[in-house]
Design a protein around this ligand. Sequence first.
Ligand code: PMP
Length: 363
Amino acid sequence: MTTQTQATDIRTTSGQGRLYDSVLDTVGNTPCIRINNLAPDHVQLYVKAEFFNPAASVKDRLALNIIESAERSGALKPGQTVIEATSGNTGIGLAMVCAAKGYPLVVTMAESFSIERRRLMRFLGAKVVLTPKAAKGFGMYQKAVELAEANGWFLARQFETDANADIHESTTAREILGDFEGRRLDYWVTGYGTGGTVSGVARVLRKERPQTKIILSEPANAALVTSGIAQERGPDNSPAVSHAAFEPHPIQGWTPDFIPHVLQEAIDNSYFDQLIPVPGPQGIEWSQQLARREGILTGVSGGASFAVAMQIAKAAEPGSVILCMLPDTGERYLSSPLFEGIPEVMTDEELELSKSTPGNQMG
Ligand code: PMP
């Protein structure tokens, strides 16, 4: 079955073999973990668990590189305010990096994203400016541009900056190469938000692991890439209009209402072998399954990527090895539909258990 420690041996650990100078040095090097209970028997299915990053998502990588590459180029001055439009994880990552490095941070965010994301950013010292739900992702982006111009702030531009895919090329992709060195890797499965993960990792896989099939996914009701409709852009590569194929979807962090410039690289270079749309409710379902059956706590986008990975796994030839990205932690969704139906009060079954012995019953 699994290669877990024998029941007779107690597990031991021995530290990281180093001391860390900053929380920022703990970004990356996330583990690839075998799926033991949900995966079909004829394949090996692994997940790359990005919630092991210090602020619990894949976007810690990008946040760190946006700030450090702007420091290197001089675009960001000491003490200058940083601003970004973000559905949450980039904001949380930036808040962590800005706190550690001493930059003030302002985040613009549509009111529709989960409450704990705003509170987390504020907890990390950032200011969060909400924008109306009706103005969609484009609205929160326009607000960030406006505030940056009015105040002379550094706009992080996660959807356009080279710093995004570059960090996945130099970290995420290298980690995958290292961990699968000398092993099969038949499929790599990911979704996209900015497209940084897919563009950066694909640059490396296409060169170093050309046999690996890259599977990209997007929400079934917001299948922007599948639609084939090109994105209109401004001179700075930012979106000029909201994309015609967009509809609101429950996979937070995936597919904004435009095709990002960072993702366009993956489209233009045919960086993916298959594009598989996934209905939002399947993301919720598989996130719950990963928690209950594997003890792996990931968000809706992780569940959606995993839904696609399971589809690939079922059809794959025996012995295939599949790696699926899990971008963030499920704890980020406590107030969202992911946790709907998870009761706060005791269920009938729990009450029965309580009453089954005499002590400490609830009144
Ligand atoms: N899932 C979640 C929860 C995210 O926050 C993001 C980033 N927006 C992604 C997936 C997609 O990552 P990327 O921006 O690298 O395409």
